[in-house]
Design a binder for this molecule. Structure first.
Ligand code: DGJ
Length: 722
């Protein structure tokens, strides 16, 4: 325990006469914390790693951040400390709010102890009057993410109702533009930008899951920041239940991003001695959004649990057959899948008792004997015999009122009143925090996993949790439900080694690093339209590494948008993720299958690059052209797509940049797939001549993209010459 006047760095404590400053740094990030800020510490720098981190520099940074007293204000101007509160003078959103049966509302946590190891600090905070103690953990990860997590303890002798708890991340004062995402079913993660003015900008999720409209990050940066340039900071809440993210700019000259769980009234009441640990709130920053995203990708990939083997090319049956299950139809689909090189065949919704459409059956997780008289064995055997893994769709947290489960155990359904919450897709939510409900669901899943060689569960979650209580007049349950879900996922993974799980929620309505800590990929969206996917995938990849994002080839007429799309476009857009197919391949002719097989083969060839490389999103290309790629970490190779989303104003289009390569190396450029011209045009010169350019030249001046019809994509490869 260190608690003296000192500067503490990752290398150990350093005493100084002026005060106590803590420096954590790793992966290109420095975090400097003024331990003497009142009433608890304040981060005075979060961003670029300091090259000069002498005691004098750190101390000066702390001093430089101290505000003056001003007329009309407090005698000591309040700071945006780590857990700021009105009792410490803070008039913005408090970091912590609660009470004891309506009293003892005031909170003022003060620092009483500091423990530091290499990249982590554990700050002990206490409010003796409010009888609260907290341990706030700050750590800088391998790629420079700043992680914060707090554990709060009720050290009083009466229950403490916790109303609000968030963790604050200061951002530079010149970060005056906000970026976040919104969306809906079939259009998740649409970006939106706003000026970051005075006041509070609040994004909340009250859906019991992040939701299609949730923002994956709340970002603030210098106006006009893009993917390639412009300093930007962002915060993500690694939690799959209700949460809030706040961007706040005060007239006292502080700008913060903050995030935490969102509690329903009375949801968290800490008994005497009880503790609550918050989800991790994770901050990233970069010169441009790509650098910010790379910190997430790099750190996430270094986890021991990260899926490392080649991502199996998947065929998911949903859009191919919907509820029309029959052994003949599905074995024919499996044959077609195997013929194009699919490695994992996933049987989607419709296989269990009573599930002939989406009005009934959820909860009855037994194979429907009317459709599958011999169980799923004949299908599974068929799939496995063709060299593919078998995957199965489940939606374990849900129940249809029209199910044996709901008829037998109506008390297992989440509700807060005598009437059920508003219905969605004719279904309700099971109370997983109910021991018997949990045991039943866990038991059914274990039984299925024991009976069949299931390599993969597609874990769906098709409705919001509304009015989610433990029963009429009961307590709010989102938090307990979310923790029970995490427990169940962990339990299944431990009991069935090698099992992979996908987080799906009507597509991408449950995308967060809480769920991704215990699953292997997300279903990015039910919208398979490649043009819409370009946006969705780019903004999902702000946090999620591409190989954890399910990206499937669509059938020629997209089911969700009705647009007719080109196969090469669909394949090119799916390349930079976990590739799959969502299409009734039994309806395709030989030529189409050969084309699909060629794309599948190519996807397999570049998947090691996709799973380890750096994503590149190019800013400022001509409207109508989208340029993006993946570059090997060592700069030896790269794959880019040049996608014509619309007609361009210039004809032929002007040169597009290909950044992100090693500036000093020379690359040979070749076209791998997609068109390189339209009818009546001459050939593309750099394709017919042996063209090599250095990474520097590719970034600075680069090359003419091919003339294409709108809604086409060309895939190019760049290989460094030795
Ligand atoms: C929603 C998912 O996003 C779809 O892919 C599919 O699994 C359906 N649910 C099945 O009901």
């Amino acid at each position: 325990m260190l608690f003296h006047d000192e500067v503490i760095t990752a290398d150990g404590p350093h005493s100084t006469p002026e005060g106590r400053v803590l420096h954590l740094h790793r992966g290109g990030t420095s975090v400097v914390i003024d331990l003497d800020a009142a009433p608890n510490p304040a981060i005075v720098h979060w961003g670029e790693e300091l090259t000069d981190s002498t005691e004098q520099t750190l101390r000066s940074l702390a001093v430089a951040a101290r505000p003056q007293r001003v007329s009309g204000g407090l005698d000591e101007t309040a700071r945006a400390t780590l857990v700021a509160s009105p009792a410490g003078g803070w008039l913005g959103t408090p970091g912590l709010e609660g009470h004891r049966d309506g009293a003892s509302f005031s909170v003022r946590l003060e620092l009483v102890g500091v423990e530091v190891d290499e990249h982590r600090a554990l700050l002990s905070l206490v409010d003796r009057e409010a009888r609260l103690a907290a341990q706030l953990e700050l750590s800088v990860g391998t790629a420079g993410l700043l992680h914060q997590r707090i554990t709060l303890r009720n050290s009083g002798d009466s229950p403490y109702t916790l109303q609000h708890l968030h963790l604050a991340f200061p951002v530079p004062w010149d970060a005056t533009e906000i970026l976040d995402t919104t969306g809906r079913h079939l259009r998740e993660r649409s970006p939106q930008r706003h000026p970051f003015g005075f006041g509070t900008y609040l994004r909340e999720s009250r859906r019991g899951r992040p939701g299609a409209d949730a923002t994956l990050v709340l970002a603030a940066g210098r106006p006009g920041f893009g993917f390639e340039r412009g300093r930007v900071h962002a915060v993500h809440v690694a939690w799959s239940g209700n949460h809030r993210l706040v961007a706040e700019r005060t007239v006292s000259g502080e700008a913060i991003l903050a995030g935490g769980e969102l509690f329903a009234p009375g949801e968290v009441v800490l008994a005497p001695g009880a503790t609550l640990t918050s989800p991790e709130v994770i901050g990233s920053w970069g010169d441009g959004l790509s650098e910010l995203a790379h910190r997430f990708h790099d750190e996430w990939r270094r986890r021991p649990a990260h899926p490392r083997r080649d991502r199996p090319v998947t065929l998911n049956t949903w859009e191919a057959v919907y509820f029309d299950h029959s052994l003949d139809r599905l074995t024919a689909l499996a044959d077609a899948a195997a013929s194009v090189g699919v490695e994992r065949f996933v049987l989607d919704d419709g296989w269990f008792t009573g599930r002939r459409d989406d009005t009934a059956g959820l909860g009855d997780w037994y194979v429907d004997p009317t459709v599958w008289p011999d169980g799923l064995h004949p299908l599974v055997d068929h799939v496995v015999a063709r060299g593919m893994e078998f995957g199965l769709w489940v939606e374990p947290e849900m129940v249809n009122p029209d199910s044996d489960l709901a008829r037998r155990h109506p008390d297992w359904i989440l509700r807060a009143r005598t009437t059920l919450p508003p219905s969605a897709r004719q279904q309700q939510v099971l109370d997983l925090a109910h021991d018997e409900a949990y045991a039943f669901i866990a038991g059914r899943l274990h039984a299925l996993l024991d009976e069949y060689p299931i390599a993969y569960l597609k874990w769906d979650h098709n409705r919001d949790l509304l009015d989610a209580g433990s029963g009429p007049g009961g307590v709010a349950r989102v938090r307990e439900h979310t923790l029970a879900l995490y427990r169940l996922l962990d339990e299944l993974k431990a009991a069935h080694p090698g099992l992979e799980i996908e987080s799906c929620a009507s597509g991408g309505a449950r995308v967060d690093l809480g769920i991704l800590a215990r699953t292997d990929r997300i279903w990015t969206s039910d919208n398979l339209d490649p043009l819409e996917r370009l946006v969705n995938q780019r903004y999902t990849a702000l946090v999620v590494p591409p190989e954890m994002m399910g990206m499937h080839l669509t059938s020629p007429v997209v089911h969700s948008t009705g647009r007719t799309v080109d196969l090469d476009l669909s394949a090119a857009v799916a390349l930079f993720g976990h590739v799959g197919i969502e299409w009734d391949l039994t309806t395709t002719d030989e030529t189409t299958r050969r084309r699909i097989a060629a794309w599948v083969e190519y996807a397999k060839r570049i998947r090691p690059l996709v799973a380890t490389g750096r994503t590149v999103d190019v800013d400022g290309t001509e409207p109508g052209i989208d340029v993006r790629g993946v570059v090997a970490q060592d700069g030896s190779s790269a794959v880019f797509t040049l996608t014509q989303t619309d007609t361009t104003a210039s004809y032929p289009p002007g040169r597009v940049r290909i950044p992100g390569l090693d500036p000093g190396r020379r690359y040979r450029i070749s076209v791998v797939g997609g068109p390189t011209g339209t009818a009546g045009q001459s050939e593309l010169a750099w394709q017919t001549h042996d063209t090599t350019l250095t990474g520097r030249e590719l970034d600075a001046v680069s090359l003419r993209p091919p003339v294409q019809y709108p809604q086409r994509s060309t895939v190019i490869e760049l290989v460094a010459q030795t």
